[in-house]
Design a protein around this ligand. Structure first.
Ligand SMILES: [Zn+2]
Length: 242
């Protein structure tokens, strides 16, 4: 478990450092990883926690350096922002990432997961154009030589984080902001509808106190902002402000 988390952090740190470095990052990466192990031992703190802190610090430094140099945000520096600047990235992950994908949908991003892990393990590198970003917690998958290419759209996510923390990690890794939510069931676009047009589907008690309703264009699920959604919104606001 620890070894796999270390391998994932090494991959994620290498990706980050490469965005702002003028020379190969191998020696710097090795020094940072050793320093984290030393710190974990000296301070008697779990190594995953220390690595997480290290990653957050490095990300902040890289983001500031990119901004100073006019290289844009973390997503454009990776070359993963194509077409219209306002276009949102899409995500695809393996079957274990269903909960994470639902949080990404709530944050307004198109995200889907494939059954099982084989879909991601066997997936060819995703690169270029408008292709989705592959998200994975599987660090063994990252050992493939082709995963080192900066053109490959793959983002490792720590498996020891809660689902919403994983969503926050992805958003920070790509400088993303909260958007209008998508359907948490199918990922489809949600649009406002006239109350009268869906009156037959609204529970009577809800109809008495709610006037705004939204419909998923893909699966037809009806939404209104009740207490459940308010809790989701509060958690999204919190990760946005972290
Ligand atoms: Zn839907």
């Amino acid at each position: 478990m620890i070894e796999r988390l270390q391998a994932g952090h090494r991959f994620a740190l290498r990706s980050l450092l490469s965005l702002a470095a003028r020379r190969p990052v191998d020696s710097l990466l090795a020094r940072l990883m050793k320093a984290a192990q030393r710190r974990s031992r000296c301070e008697r703190r779990p190594l995953p926690d220390v690595l997480h802190e290290l990653h957050e610090r490095v990300r902040t430094c890289v983001r500031r350096r990119l901004k100073r140099s006019g290289a844009g945000d973390l997503r454009s520096a990776r070359g993963w922002k194509s077409g219209c600047c306002s276009s949102a990235p899409r995500f695809v992950g393996d079957g274990s990432l269903g909960g994470l994908c639902r949080w990404l949908r709530a944050a307004g991003y198109d995200a889907e997961w494939k059954p099982g892990g084989a879909a991601v393990d066997a997936a060819p590198p995703i690169s270029g154009g408008e292709s989705p970003i592959l998200i994975t917690t599987n660090s063994r998958f990252l050992d493939r030589p082709d995963m080192r290419s900066s053109a490959v759209r793959v983002l490792w996510v720590p498996s020891n984080l809660r689902r919403i923390e994983q969503a926050a990690w992805i958003m920070r890794e790509l400088s993303l902001t909260i958007r209008r939510p998508r359907c948490m069931v199918c990922g489809g676009e949600i649009v406002f509808v006239e109350k009268n047009s869906v009156a037959a589907r609204i529970p009577p008690r809800t109809a008495r106190w709610k006037d705004a309703y939204q419909l998923c264009r893909a699966c037809g699920r009806l939404y209104w902002e009740g207490t459940h959604w308010e809790k989701i919104r509060a958690q999204l606001d919190r990760i946005q402000n972290e």
